[in-house]
Every structure is written in structure tokens, then in C-alpha cells.
Design a protein. Structure first.
Length: 91
């Protein structure tokens, strides 16, 4: 709208359609652990698994990787600030 401020890619608020930008992180302390978070800095990610490294992002309205549910991820982010997941190791 005319009076709206421009949106920033790091803005954690949902877009007009209600979907948020989701950032994907990988734990350096536990390489099989990943996380989704709404902020690029990952400030709400669990400290015991730091450092966290950003490995990607999911645009609003796009499906996340690993065949995970966007609705489940967004609900977890809204309730606790993040969603953890384990990466499967080959072998």
C-alpha cells in the first residue's frame, strides 16, 4: 500500500499472504542437527548447539527442503522461535 514501509529480506513479519521467510541453519557443534528460524542471525536458536551457520533460506510461499511441512515449521517458529531437525547421514 502507498503508506507502507519497504520490506527487508531480514524482516521476520509475515508477508501479505501470511507466509514467512525461513532461514535454514546447521549446527557446527552437532553436524547432524539443522534448524529453521525466522531471523538471519538465529538469535533464538539453542545455545548448546552453537555456533550455527546459515546454509539457506526458504522464500515465503515456497516449500522447505527435506519434504518437511511448512505449516509445522511455521507453527514451531511462532511458538518457540525455531524448529530443529536431524540430517540423515548416508551409510
Amino acid at each position: 500500500m502507498a503508506g507502507d514501509a519497504p520490506r527487508n529480506a531480514d524482516d521476520p513479519t509475515p508477508n501479505a499472504a501470511g507466509a514467512m521467510r525461513i532461514f535454514i541453519f546447521k549446527s557446527e557443534a552437532s553436524p547432524d542437527l539443522g534448524a529453521f528460524c525466522r531471523d538471519l542471525a538465529g538469535l533464538q536458536l539453542p545455545s548448546q548447539f552453537r555456533p550455527w551457520r546459515v546454509v539457506g533460506a526458504v522464500a515465503p510461499g515456497k516449500d522447505p527442503p527435506y519434504r518437511l511441512s511448512r505449516a509445522v515449521i511455521e507453527t514451531a517458529i511462532n511458538e518457540q522461535g525455531f524448529q530443529l531437525f536431524h540430517l540423515r547421514t548416508k551409510g
